[in-house]
Design a protein around this ligand. Sequence first.
Ligand SMILES: [Zn+2]
Ligand SMILES: [Zn+2]
Length: 187
Amino acid sequence: MRLLYGHFGLSPADASILAQAMEELPRLLAIPPVGLSIGTELVADSEDLERAFKDARESFGNPLLYDFMQNIRSQLGRDALLVVGCGKDHSLAREIRKINPDALWGGTWSEVGLAVCWRIEKPVVWHEALHLLGAHDCYCLPDKGPTCEQPNCIMQYMPSADAGGEQLALCSENIAALRSHVRTCTE
Ligand SMILES: [Zn+2]
Ligand SMILES: [Zn+2]
């Protein structure tokens, strides 16, 4: 798997937060008990993103997100996973909210390997990126209360700033899920 990131039209400040989050993620994931070795890469040529988006077409049974990721994968590799930062009203953010109306700051469609963040804060970026690596949400609807025992688990509904720091706050269920998913994908 290749964990890529890029953005559509973020301010320089937000683009920098996205980049920092994605650059720190491998170090955070390497710390035991997660202990995973994963690299992240900036989409080198942002024109690739623009082109993939421009060529994506929404039609019945072939939604925009699916088509966009098909295009990304044809340009950047079949094993590409992508974390995108964009504005709240960008089409990708709107499409993600169609799939998951409860998505507040970002959302992920794991089946196609795409995570979209429109609130650019490190915990949000980490939460969505971890979905791509096999983590599941730790909240239940409708009250969005936590379903795991880990205080500030980054997969709870509103990942807080405390969820990062020296190591990622992650519950044992999600640590196991990440390890198992990444192992399966890299075998
Ligand atoms: Zn989530
Ligand atoms: Zn959890």
